[in-house]
Design a protein around this ligand. Structure first.
Ligand code: NDP
Length: 330
């Protein structure tokens, strides 16, 4: 173990409560969806997590299926935590999820009690941990009664395998129903994880954001940079080391073409504010007190540092907000 975390690590980060709960998350969290699977060198992963933790990013977000191949990101995280963070486990918030297809057959997908409980056991095994801090149901499942899924979350907390629970990709109406059941079962449900960024306003339209606020629940926003589109990465073509070029499982060249004009125009506004487009995109989310944390990914340590730079200015004038809306929604 040749890693000693920076003693200054808590100096610059902002920490926000998950809604009305006691749990605080860093304003910027690190996602393990990309760059922690089989196609990324371990040295690169090490530099990402060291940079994050050295600058106050205490939250690592995983899911059973993150890879490639599925499960690989949890294995990498387990190895990193075991090797370098064993003494710092109590300074870390590790989350994982189940809800998308993870193994063959009827029990490796959805929202059944069978799937959630066995999947978390598998995740803990890969992570080499006794518990995760937050366990999420990863997406709603119309074929399973909410009572069953929420009951599984209750049992998971009661068994000590997760400290808190979260819901991901739910809408406002389903969130309200699920939350009422979790309250009845006295489950510490503290956070919603949903996609939200300048270009994707779904949570404003489907009631999720308003309901989370009303219920006193947190909101951690995934793909805050629209997988890298809301940065300076694709302003002038497609760099060879970008996600589109090297890992296009979920992001393609035509996604870039579709939004290119918008990115160029948004980049001008960021420039006038003295920010990079990545900084402005994260700041735009963090200006809103409903947003607990922005869950960004990174392929390079420098990106993490740039993203933390967003905290220097999270205030927007009405004119700036209107100009951003005009470009993004136009
Ligand atoms: P982002 O929108 O933050 O995109 C991250 C990518 O943008 C990086 O990998 C990098 O791409 C590029 N980037 C990041 N910072 C900068 C910067 N400062 N300047 C230039 N480029 C930058 O998020 P992700 O799509 O990675 O998702 C984040 C996390 O959200 C996931 O890891 C996961 O934890 C969670 N998630 C949850 C889902 C759910 O259903 N609950 C679904 C999807 C994600 P490049 O490789 O091109 O350098």
């Amino acid at each position: 173990n040749d890693y000693a975390p920076a003693t200054t690590r808590y100096n610059e980060m902002r920490y926000n409560h998950c809604g009305t709960s006691g749990l605080k998350l860093p304003a910027i969290s690190l996602g393990f969806w990309h760059n922690f699977g089989d196609i990324t060198p371990y040295e690169q992963m090490k530099s990402l997590v060291f940079t994050a933790f050295d600058h106050g990013i205490t939250h690592f977000d995983l899911a059973n299926n993150y890879g490639p191949e599925p499960g690989a990101a949890e294995k990498s995280a387990g190895r990193l935590i075991h090797q370098y963070f064993a003494k710092h486990r109590d300074e870390l918030i590790v989350s994982t999820k189940a809800g998308y297809e993870m193994w063959a057959g009827p029990y490796g997908d959805g929202g059944s009690r069978k799937y959630l409980i066995s999947s978390l056991d598998q995740s803990l095994e890969r992570l080499g941990l006794d518990y995760v801090d937050i366990f999420y149901h990863h997406r709603p499942d119309n074929e399973t009664p909410l009572e069953e899924t929420m009951g599984a979350l209750a049992q998971i907390v009661a068994s000590g395998k997760a400290l808190y629970v979260g819901l991901s990709n739910y809408d406002g109406e389903r969130l309200a129903k699920a939350s009422a059941i979790l309250d009845e079962l006295h489950v510490p449900f503290v956070i919603n994880q949903n996609k939200y960024n300048i270009l994707d306003r779904t949570v404003e339209r489907n009631g999720l954001k308003d309901t989370a606020k009303k219920l006193g629940k947190g909101l951690i926003t995934f793909c805050p940079l629209e997988q890298g589109l809301l940065t300076d990465r694709y302003l002038n073509g497609i760099p060879a080391d970008s996600r589109v070029a090297h890992d296009p499982r979920f992001l393609h060249e035509d996604s870039v073409e579709r939004v290119h004009n918008k990115i160029v125009a948004l980049n001008d506004i960021a420039y006038q504010r003295g920010q990079t487009l990545a900084e402005m995109s994260l700041a735009w989310l963090l200006r809103d007190d409903t947003v607990t944390s922005v869950l960004a990914g990174a392929s390079k340590p420098q990106q993490i540092l740039d993203n933390i730079g967003a905290l220097k200015n999270t205030t927007f004038s009405d004119d700036e907000l209107a100009a951003i809306d005009k470009i993004a929604l136009g």
